[in-house]
Design a protein around this ligand. Structure first.
Ligand SMILES: CC(C)(COP(=O)(O)OP(=O)(O)OC[C@H]1O[C@@H](n2cnc3c(N)ncnc32)[C@H](O)[C@@H]1OP(=O)(O)O)[C@@H](O)C(=O)NCCC(=O)NCCSC(=O)CCO
Length: 257
């Protein structure tokens, strides 16, 4: 991979954005490489959680601005569409995803983090959607996802001023799940991932699906999906295992079946 470093370890698929000299700015090559590695992780039964992070001092400083001079209406639209489709894929990914934010998460970098299920940030991280300062606006889903995560007034302030916020402010407004020290970032992220690894991967996928699609639907449809799915879950081996383990006072061993 030209723009990524990838590793598979103890059930976790790691995706390191790897253009540190450009603060891991996202170009078309990176979009295609993330898409390709996610397809591999999706079908690899050993991988149960995916973690995104950045090499060097940044998580990701957004889309690669050096490419912008060559863009016209058609090619810019196409680039935004490709970026957005990747973020949609990450959001709908069958397995839990975590953004381990190690520094700047700006523009497309924050949009990538927002497409993940969870965001754990080091205390020195800075977050923002500064596109307005370039005379553009967020194009990888930020205009929609930030509003849903933090509410309209804060989202409008962040996007319309382009101001950066610190990780602790991000946690306060609900954008970040957990802020930790720089030194403990990986350890804390692994601790969080370990909780997910203990659960049934099958039931986690179903639950994620219901939360996401339900959130985009009228509540009556979301509630209906919930109860239908709840019934379905009782036909799985993992439900039998979980209940049996509880009743017999032992730890469950979920198989994802
Ligand atoms: C993140 C900032 C504040 C860091 O500033 P600083 O520490 O001073 O580091 P720099 O010298 O600025 O950056 C080092 C190196 O990386 C290049 N770079 C940084 N960001 C980008 C980028 N987004 N695209 C391309 N290249 C980038 C920078 O040019 C330097 O390269 P040299 O060759 O050494 O000159 C600061 O870098 C910053 O503000 N970056 C831009 C953040 C931004 O506006 N992001 C939004 C992009 S648009 C977008 O994401 C559309 C999708 O919605």
């Amino acid at each position: 991979m030209e723009t990524l470093d990838v590793k598979k370890e103890n059930g976790i698929g790691w995706i390191y954005l790897n253009r540190p000299d450009k603060l891991n700015a996202i170009n078309l090559k990176m979009i295609n490489e993330i898409d390709s590695i996610l397809k591999d992780f999706e079908t690899d039964n050993e991988i149960r959680v995916v973690i995104f992070t950045g090499k060097g001092k940044a998580f990701c400083a957004g889309a690669d601005i050096s490419q912008f001079k060559e863009l016209n209406t058609m090619t810019a639209w196409n680039f935004a569409r490709k970026g957005r489709e990747l973020m949609d894929y990450i959001e709908r990914f069958m397995k839990p995803t975590i953004a381990m934010i190690n520094g700047y998460a700006l523009g497309g970098g924050l949009e990538l983090a927002m497409a993940c299920d969870f965001r754990i940030a080091s205390e020195d991280s800075m977050l923002g959607l500064p596109e307005i300062n370039l005379g553009i606006y967020p194009g990888f889903g930020g205009t929609q996802r930030l509003v849903r995560l933090v509410g309209k007034p804060k989202a409008m302030e962040i996007m319309m001023t382009g101001d950066r916020i610190r990780a602790d402010e991000g946690e306060r407004i609900g954008l970040i799940n957990k802020v930790v020290t720089k030194e403990s970032l990986e350890e804390e992220t692994l601790k969080f991932a370990a909780k997910l690894l203990e659960k049934s991967p099958l039931i986690l996928s179903i639950l994620k699906n219901i939360i996401l699609y339900g959130n985009d639907s009228p509540i009556v449809d979301g509630l209906n999906m919930e109860s239908l799915g709840w019934g379905y879950v009782f036909s799985t081996e993992d439900e039998k295992e979980g209940v049996d383990a509880f009743l017999n006072k032992r730890k469950p061993n979920f198989k994802g079946k």
